[in-house]
Unconditional design. Structure first.
Length: 481
């Protein structure tokens, strides 16, 4: 079967690509392994009798520097696309701290002596790294150079090690430049003293964002509806079994659709499945050096516990981060603080995220085992009582975070040089490029992939989201009236 474009993966990038092609009057076929579209940005529906709870697979607040993306989503969601105030805090040693850092709050919570130690360590770091020229070779070096050892240990190194499961000294400095470039102790103090909202304020501090009324998955449900209106060919619970190529082009893709084995012969292939899985589907297989490089790339998985509660509210936070290493989970989200329509009236829910490696203790734990890691802690800290928990739900996801170890770029370079050879193959999104991206960057990659096909131009996918400044920067625009 010959077709114009085959899109493998109906996450943000794949569906954005399909949408752009449909707008241009072009046809495509989309394959999605899961039953539901949206990838890591899908929204799940939990029904408990007459009560309905909605939750994302990790909530996604939306902000971007790309005006086209705002218009793209507003056109899909209209009045469902709403602005939300941001409140995100860290819970450290039993106390709350604003995130990004509120310097005055930190000093108040930790006291004069420890505050002085933070200041002394920052001055020492300036001397060592800027005046004496000590090299920044890894994430630990970067945060120590910009915040001093004490503050870096207090809220950055520990949480980063919890996310990646490896020492901060073995994490590539790319992770720091993506997430916190432009922030240091001095800039935090300046922001605290001179912060102004609007265009004159620091772009690194996002205090509001957009979010769909019924969860971020509504974006992808709306795209799917539009695609069906133009008779796009979308198949869920379907994945390719083999991708054949001649070294210059992908020639065919083998897949089973509705129980029938098919051979698709696409003019172009856009894929957003995990890079390491993609390589395993190729026939003939990659050369040994590519296979070896791919085998050394690491992924972090996640385990999620979702709790529904007979309680009106736990906090006002969108997210709460838990950097302390003795707390097994990394962060939680209260979904009604993104949109009140995510929970029944008078009820709330909590989405708890664990960072892990596939096959480790957390990954292999049962729902009851995960509950025992979570519920006693929240009871002790006064968040909620066990008696207020209605139901719990457990999910696990592989290939969530590409691990930025010190060698990842060299390995990725070997893979990309070979994978770039087929001229009709476009690999996009966080899994597809082994690159940490937010939802907006994945959408943009899909749109750029479509434009590459429509215009016959080669765009640089790695330039998307690589602004080399604080990753949570961006702007909120005013919706059209």
């Amino acid at each position: 079967m010959t077709l114009e474009t085959l899109i493998i993966g109906a996450g943000p990038a794949g569906l954005a690509c399909a949408m752009e092609l449909a707008r241009a009057g072009r046809t495509c076929t989309i394959l999605e392994r899961d039953e539901q579209v949206g990838g890591l940005a899908k929204t799940l529906t939990i029904r408990e009798g007459d009560d309905v709870f909605l939750t994302d697979i990790g909530p996604h607040r939306f902000f971007s520097k790309n005006q086209y993306l705002y218009s793209f989503i507003e056109d899909l969601l209209h009045e469902e696309w709403r602005k939300v105030p941001r409140l995100t805090r860290q819970f450290i040693d039993g106390k709350f701290y604003d995130y990004p850092v509120n310097a005055f709050q930190v000093f108040k919570n930790i006291g004069l002596w420890r505050s002085m130690r933070f200041g002394f360590d920052y001055v020492w770091a300036l001397l060592r790294y800027r005046m004496l020229g000590r090299r920044i070779d890894n994430f630990e070096d970067y945060v120590v150079a910009n915040f001093g050892r004490s503050l870096a240990n207090f809220s950055m190194i520990n949480y980063t090690e919890k996310i990646w499961g490896i020492p901060a000294s073995t994490i590539h400095p790319d992770w720091a430049t993506q997430r916190i470039r432009g922030l240091n102790l001095l800039s935090v103090l300046k922001n605290a003293l001179f912060f102004k909202k609007g265009a004159d304020g620091p772009k690194s501090l996002v205090d509001e964002f957009f979010y769909p009324q019924f969860g971020t998955g509504r974006i992808y449900e709306a795209i799917t509806k539009r695609l069906k209106e133009v008779n796009a060919d979308l198949h869920t619970s379907t994945a390719p079994t083999r991708i054949l190529h001649d070294g210059k082009r992908v020639t065919s893709v083998e897949v089973t659709i509705d129980g029938e084995a098919r051979v698709l012969r696409p003019d172009n292939v856009v894929e957003s499945i995990p890079l390491t899985e993609m390589l395993g589907l190729l026939d003939p297989p990659p050369p040994p050096e590519v296979i070896e490089a791919a085998s050394k790339l690491q992924w972090r998985a996640q385990v999620y516990l979702f709790l529904t509660l007979d309680k009106d509210s736990i906090s006002q936070d969108n997210w709460i981060y838990f950097p302390n290493l003795d707390i097994p989970f990394g962060r939680v989200a209260e979904m009604k603080n993104f949109s009140k329509d995510m929970c029944p009236e008078g009820k709330t829910s909590l989405f708890v995220e664990f960072f892990c490696f596939e096959g480790d203790k957390v990954w292999n734990s049962s729902k009851e085992g995960i509950e025992d890691m979570v519920i006693p802690f929240f009871e002790r800290q006064g968040f909620f009582k066990r008696s207020e928990v209605r139901q719990t739900y457990l999910w696990k996801r592989r290939h969530v975070y590409p691990v930025y170890d010190l060698q990842y770029l060299d390995r990725l370079d070997v893979i990309k040089k070979w994978l770039d050879k087929p001229e009709n193959l476009y690999y996009v999104r966080r899994p597809g490029r082994f690159r940490y991206t937010n939802q907006d960057h994945s959408l943009e990659m899909g749109i750029i992939a479509a434009r590459s096909l429509l215009e016959g131009r080669a765009y640089d996918f790695d330039a998307i989201g690589a602004e080399n400044e604080y990753f949570e920067s961006g702007r909120i625009y005013e919706k059209r009236v």
